[in-house]
Design a protein around this ligand. Structure first.
Ligand code: ZN
Length: 210
């Protein structure tokens, strides 16, 4: 699966000037218990310090935790593989291959799978480049370096177009997500310095009251 979630990091980017509100937030759209079907209630369980969706019928506490997104910056002959998104959010904008991790796969496997799904490219995943905490979307994006295992790529069903792009041709204003721009910039800075650093950043566009 690729990045399809309506609450992906760009979803509230139009409110980026809103001051961030500190404090944990919760997805308040859960109505029913997935274990027994009863209506859930929002409350702080005994011994906890945050509101959770709690089922009064069967007692299940529905914890919500950040989702992991895995991606890579695939390089071949000095150029970077970029995909133009065929799906919302940010349809028509450019990204590196990335998407939600599935159960029972490693971060590296997830990153390589996304590259195959979006760009029909086999990659060898290298070192870790960037970790981006996307607080408002409840996601952590983990981006690796990668090289094409063979000089072959195509247009996956989730892409409109795929290209190998020289650094000078990267369409920065049309990059889909801040986390992708961050990973790309750090990748290129490191490459210019013959380094392979690990870079962290936090993106926080939470709305008041969330
Ligand atoms: Zn229940």
């Amino acid at each position: 699966m690729t990045l399809r979630s309506a609450d992906f990091e760009s979803a509230v980017s139009t409110n980026s000037t809103t001051p961030a509100v500190r404090g944990a937030s919760i997805n308040r759209v859960m109505n029913f218990c997935s274990s027994c079907g009863a209506r859930v209630a929002l409350r702080i369980p005994d011994g906890d310090h945050l509101e959770r969706h709690v089922c009064p019928a069967c007692g299940t506490i529905h914890y919500e935790n950040p989702k992991l997104v895995a991606g890579c910056v695939p390089e071949h002959d000095g150029r970077i593989l970029l995909c133009r998104r065929a799906i919302e959010p940010r349809r028509g904008y450019w990204t590196i291959p990335a998407g939600f991790m599935e159960n029972e796969e490693t971060l590296q496997q997830a990153a390589a799978r996304e590259c195959w799904e979006e760009a029909l490219a086999r990659v060898e995943i290298g070192s870790l480049c960037a970790i981006v905490h996307v607080l408002h979307a409840h996601q952590v994006h983990v981006m690796f370096r990668a090289t094409l295992a063979e000089p072959s790529y195509g247009v996956g069903v989730e892409s409109l177009e795929v290209m190998l792009c020289a650094e000078a041709q990267i369409p920065w204003p049309e990059i889909a997500f801040p986390s992708v721009a961050f990973a790309l910039r750090k990748y290129l800075e490191d490459r210019a310095a013959a380094a392979q650093g690990l870079h962290f950043t936090t993106i926080d566009m939470r709305l008041p009251g969330r």
